[in-house]
Design a protein around this ligand. Structure first.
Ligand SMILES: *Cc1c(COP(=O)(O)O)cnc(C)c1O
Length: 223
């Protein structure tokens, strides 16, 4: 992470590591906490709930995977940030369910730049409408954008999408949507985080490079 930051002339502290702990048992998550890693990403609400109890209150949790609207109430309670807001309806649901929180719920809008059918995320043309809707929301803070490019073992092939997402965030920032910040760019995973940092990522989501390979079914989201 430091080397990639230096190459890009960025401060190493400007990128945070989200340790993606899906399928990883609580004892190993606690080990990571003891080593100083406190920020974890999960992709299933139910799995996150039982793990949060087992790991204890020192850890901070982000939801990185797709969120179904019928799970939004619980998600608004369990997570500090949702990386995967992909519809106006979901954003409204989260605003409603986040009302009881002490701190606002942080949200990123997941963008699908390639407009890949069957993949989650809003197209670039739908993005302004969603950002405009955040204006009146009191319990949600939109903090930026997230992307999950199609799986590719060659990191350089993800670079154009990372660059395009950063440019899109800059464009949205210039439009000054009320109650919307574009400070966070959630992009980069085990294979391509260095390229993502070079292109401006502030949140890299790393699972396998930290915890090792997962059982095959957990990779479904990227299939
Ligand atoms: C699993 C997952 C990751 C981490 O993937 P790795 O390849 O293990 O680094 C990142 N983001 C999302 C949305 C995921 O589901």
């Amino acid at each position: 992470m430091s080397a990639a930051s230096r190459r890009a002339g960025r401060q190493p502290e400007s990128t945070r590591l989200v340790a993606v702990s899906k399928t990883v048992e609580p004892s190993r998550i606690r080990e990571a906490c003891l080593a100083g890693q406190m920020l974890f990403g999960e992709n299933r609400v139910q799995e996150a709930r039982s793990k949060q109890e087992a790991v204890g209150p020192s850890a901070v949790w982000h939801l990185v995977g797709h969120l179904q609207r019928n799970k939004s109430k619980e998600a608004a309670r369990l997570f500090q940030m949702i990386h995967s807001v992909d519809s106006l309806g979901l954003l409204h649901d989260l605003e409603r369910h986040a009302a009881g929180r002490q701190e606002p719920l942080e949200a990123l809008i997941q963008v699908n730049l390639a407009a890949e059918p069957g993949k989650h995320g809003v197209g670039r043309e739908e993005l302004p409408e969603i950002l405009a809707a955040a204006a009146g929301m009191r319990h949600i803070k939109v903090q930026g954008l997230m992307i999950l490019p199609p799986y590719d073992p060659e990191p350089e092939r993800s670079r154009p999408q990372f660059r395009e997402l950063a440019e899109l965030a800059a464009e949205m920032d210039r439009r000054k949507f009320e109650n919307v910040s574009m400070r966070e760019l959630s992009m980069g995973m085990s294979e391509d985080f260095e390229v993502a940092i070079e292109e401006g990522s502030t949140l890299i989501r790393i699972g396998r490079a930290l915890f090792g390979e997962r059982p095959p079914v957990a990779n479904k989201e990227r299939a």
